[in-house]
Ligand binder design. Structure first.
Ligand code: ADP
Ligand code: MG
Length: 240
């Protein structure tokens, strides 16, 4: 579904991604871990064309991701993203936040978008909060609205950039539970996370990124239980 082929990206003379090659298969959950500044967020931004890259190729379902191509807008609707900060529209209710994309970007009839939004909000456990504004929701609830909003676009894949790292500890479990349920339904997901336990349980594969290079990749068991690379071992010692 997502293929990285020798992707290089620089900011000025600073090379952030130094030849990334990896794949995320359809229905697979891939967790991307690595120290701060290693290029994780940059890599995700390149996938849905929020950022350009200079060399190599990224394809989504066979289509080249090229920020200069007019089809990039269509591609962005096929790959949804959930951010660390929830990024909801502050002056819209939970329900309005979820309906916004389907109606204004996809041109769906409002009634249809509303029905599906209600279903999705129920699914993330927020049926009782559909008319609440973001400010009246906890961080964990806002993040679950953000996930419902991503799902409303019926994406082929969802990118998560540290979706729980801005949350109070007691909120983390509910959000991970929603992500786990998506994984059970074989949603294709690329997840940047420091939740090693979640990665252990849910990830089909884990990529360890350090200094713009994938230092190690393999199954969750291989990378998280028996890492071969010294840098992976060192990182895991520090975060677990
Ligand atoms: P991570 O998500 O792994 O913490 P990032 O992808 O955010 O890492 O950043 C990787 C490196 O690129 C960091 O050194 C960061 O300072 C740098 N960087 C990120 N965004 C920009 C930008 N817009 N301009 C210049 N440097 C950037
Ligand atoms: Mg980041």
């Amino acid at each position: 579904m997502i293929v990285f082929d020798d992707v290089h990206k620089s900011y000025g003379t600073f090379e952030v991604l130094k030849g990334i090659s990896a794949t995320v298969e359809k229905g697979e959950v891939v967790c991307l871990i690595g120290p701060s500044g290693s290029g994780k967020s940059t890599l995700l931004r390149c996938v849905n064309g929020l950022e350009s890259y200079q060399k190599g190729r990224i394809t989504v379902d066979g289509l080249l991701v090229d920020v200069n191509d007019p089809t990039i807008h269509a591609l962005r609707t096929r790959v949804a993203k959930v951010f660390q900060r929830f990024n909801l529209f502050p002056h819209r209710t939970a329900l309005e936040n979820v309906i916004e994309g389907p109606v204004h970007v996809l041109g769906q009839p409002k009634a249809e978008a509303r029905d599906y939004a209600l279903e999705l909000l129920a699914r993330v456990g927020l049926s009782h909060k559909i008319d609440a504004y973001p400010a009246a929701l906890s961080g964990g609830q806002q993040q679950r609205v953000a996930i419902a909003r991503a799902l409303a676009m019926r994406p082929e894949a969802i990118l998560f950039d540290e979706p729980t790292s801005a949350l109070d500890p007691e909120m983390v479990g509910d959000v991970l539970q929603v992500m786990r349920s998506l994984a059970d339904e074989h949603m294709t997901m690329l997840v940047v996370t420091h939740e090693i336990q979640f990665a252990r349980e849910v990830a089909d594969r884990v990529l360890f990124l350090d200094g713009g290079t994938i230092v190690e990749q393999g199954t969750a068991d291989q990378v998280l239980r028996a890492p071969q690379n010294e840098r992976t071992q060192d990182f895991l010692r520090r975060v677990t």
